[in-house]
Write a protein of this length. Structure first.
Length: 218
């Protein structure tokens, strides 16, 4: 699989075996009110259980520098996806392993293009639908036209598309937006916060089908 795939909001070890080589597992950490949120201590054993070749991402909102330090140092995550503000007082390597999440207008809702942080600081960017109170899992489609424009204007950067993706629409999203990667959360759940292994497999299969030349239904 050439497309980077991140399965986000994981809370159970059973899901980890489905993460493809070159992909990532996303763990929401210390986000009050989020059903998928875990403590730093709970994330560490999940990181250890990841299959070889898969990355561990923490997903945070307006984190403190202390939380960033702990996630890299204690939990052992590879990257931290940040909704909101990046804290000051971070180490050089920490900054370069952060992935800012840029808020896109939801599909059908007019809104401005997000401001894009400098490439010298962040080689990877995350694109998600704006306007949700908690990071991840909103099932709200982002504006794919805006996402495509960002992909086109940021050559050489690794942009991952999120926001309402499912096994049924990920092929169309890849065809229309052309992102480096895709990120799924609610779209592979049987209930809020509960991952469905069959849906995870169907999502990965849909990405493979797109790469083989068939985008599948919109």
């Amino acid at each position: 699989m050439h497309t980077f795939v991140k399965v986000c909001g994981i809370t159970e070890a059973a899901v980890l075996a489905e993460i493809p080589e070159g992909g990532a597992a996303g763990f929401v950490v210390e986000v009050p009110g989020c059903v998928r949120s875990l403590s730093v201590e709970a994330v560490a054993p999940l990181v250890e259980a990841l299959p070889p070749g898969a990355e561990a991402w923490a997903v945070v909102a307006d984190p403190s520098a202390e939380l960033v330090h702990r996630l890299f140092g204690e939990a052992g995550v590879d990257r931290i996806q940040v909704y909101g503000k990046v804290p000051p007082d971070l180490e050089f390597l920490e900054v370069h392993h952060l992935v800012p999440s840029l808020p896109l207008p939801p599909r059908g809702v007019p809104g401005p293009d997000p401001s894009v942080p400098p490439a010298e600081d962040y080689s990877r960017l995350h694109l998600d639908a704006a306007g949700t109170p908690l990071p991840g899992g909103s099932a709200v489609l982002a504006d794919w036209e805006v996402a495509h424009r960002l992909v086109e204007t940021q050559p050489g950067r690794k942009l991952t598309l999120a926001g309402g993706l499912t096994p049924e629409n990920v092929g169309a999203a890849l065809a229309e937006v052309g992102p480096w990667g895709v990120d799924v959360c609610a779209g592979v759940e049987s209930a809020r916060g509960v991952k469905d292994l069959a849906k995870v497999r169907a999502f990965l299969k849909a990405v493979e089908t797109f790469e083989a030349g068939g985008a599948g239904p919109a």
